[in-house]
Design a protein around this ligand. Structure first.
Ligand code: NZQ
Ligand code: ZN
Length: 382
């Protein structure tokens, strides 16, 4: 196991009815800006619960943060905050609202072009405090330090401990209004987050491996229950906690990490508007295939511990594990090839050109996925 320092300071309020906990989690003397998306929180009762919980606070709101949050929209919130002097942010929604709010928090006090935070990794030395109420389990953004922001076709990330939410409300009841598509997108996103931190090479990190496998098995067990019944609150509850743990940082300490699937997937989202989760289910099986040599030991462990595959040659076991992974994604009604979403060789060329333009030329846990191998990945995914 590699050395690590670990701290996750987000206080989690988990369970039904926990939105009321924000009353005490946000100091009364703060002027709060509540941020949200396109209105799902108005139709599922979450907004009303926020209003009730903040009845003795001073607050205003900023709505319209899109899925794959847009830089220009977020900058409107930054201007509002600078003009009106808010000093606490409350994000209410999915990963896009949480990510967008993290960017807003970092951008408010930033001097210079705020796009540099994403495009140039510019130093962020201060950020407004923020908390969140998560309504879509998927990204792990609710307790982590990352955020992804989109500007035109550019989809870029930044990380900074200053934007880690101070608290996260995780009330599974808020997820009952998710469509089948958003539900399955979330399940597979969490699954791939685990794979990015697990499917690399062994460093004898037994706790990380077993935790990771526990999350994968939970998602395999609970995800399909939601396809059968979107109102299954028990499954909603387990999926919510699984998704948070998939990217809270815990399973990623002391182990190598990959993230090639995400980086290649981001180009499918940026160029063709593919949902984040669906971009991953297309790319991951192809990454498993193309990187089967360097990932061999972990692929075999994954095959055995997740899918009970113990017979056949190494290559056969790996092939079956990839097939099982695809079957799970298909069961979750997400695509496992570019063809399924009508993308072709020309689109591969486009995605690869922008991957190169973004400097993503040494991906994977060994930095060994160059542009030629990324192209191979997308061609295998055709
Ligand atoms: O905007 P509203 O009206 O709220 O509707 C949203 C949105 O249309 C809707 N929704 C959310 N909660 C709902 C609901 N609809 C009904 N009931 C509810 N309870 O769902 C739609 C999608 O929401 P979005 O926030 O975009 O989805 P998700 O949580 O999957 O977030 C995706 C974004 O997170 C980034 C992705 O790249 C993408 O931009 N990621 C962030 C990460 C991080 N911060 O660590 C890691 C991830 O890998 C990912 O890259
Ligand atoms: Zn993701």
């Amino acid at each position: 196991m590699n050395n690590f320092s670990y701290q996750n300071t987000t206080q989690i309020h988990f369970g039904q009815g926990q939105i009321s906990a924000i009353t005490n989690s946000i100091p009364k003397d703060k002027k709060i800006l509540v941020t949200y998306g396109g209105g799902s929180i108005k139709s599922n009762g979450v907004y009303d619960q926020v209003v009730a919980a903040l009845k003795d606070h001073t607050w205003d709101e900023f709505s319209g943060i899109e899925p794959n949050p847009q830089f220009d929209t977020l900058m409107k919130a930054v201007e509002k905050i600078r003009a009106e002097g808010f000093d606490y942010l409350l994000a209410v929604g999915g990963g896009s609202v949480v990510d967008g709010t993290k960017f807003i928090a970092a951008a408010v006090g930033f001097e210079g072009d705020t796009w540099d935070i994403l495009a140039k990794g510019a130093d962020v030395n201060s950020a407004l405090p923020l908390g969140c109420i998560l309504t879509l389990p998927a990204t792990g953004s609710e307790t982590n330090i990352g955020a992804v922001v989109t500007r035109g076709k550019e989809k870029l990330a930044f990380m900074n401990p200053l934007v880690r939410p101070q608290f996260a409300v995780l009330d599974p009841q808020t997820t009952l209004s998710l469509s089948e598509r958003q539900t399955s997108n979330g399940v597979v996103d969490a699954y791939v987050h685990v794979m990015e931190q697990y499917l690399t090479y062994p460093v004898n990190a037994k706790i990380q491996d077993r935790f990771a496998e526990g999350i994968l098995l939970t998602l395999i067990e609970e995800g399909p229950k939601l396809i059968d019944n979107l109102q299954d609150i028990e499954a909603r509850t387990n999926v919510m906690w699984a998704a948070t743990q998939a990217l809270s940082g815990l399973i990623g300490v002391g182990v190598p990490q990959d993230w090639a699937t995400h980086m290649i997937g981001h180009e499918l989202t940026g160029n063709f508007g593919v949902d984040h989760g669906r971009s991953l289910t297309i790319v991951l099986p192809a990454v498993m295939n193309v990187c089967r040599e360097e990932k061999k030991a972990k692929l075999l462990q994954y095959a055995e511990r997740i899918w009970n595959i113990t017979e056949g040659s190494e290559d056969e076991r790996i092939d079956i594990a990839i097939e099982k992974t695809k079957q799970f994604f298909s069961q979750m009604k997400t695509p496992v090839s570019l063809g399924e979403i009508d993308l072709t060789q020309t689109d591969v060329d486009t995605a690869i050109a922008s991957l190169e333009a973004h400097g993503m030329t040494k991906l994977g846990e060994h930095g060994s996925i160059d542009i030629a191998r990324s192209r191979k990945v997308l061609e295998v995914a055709l």
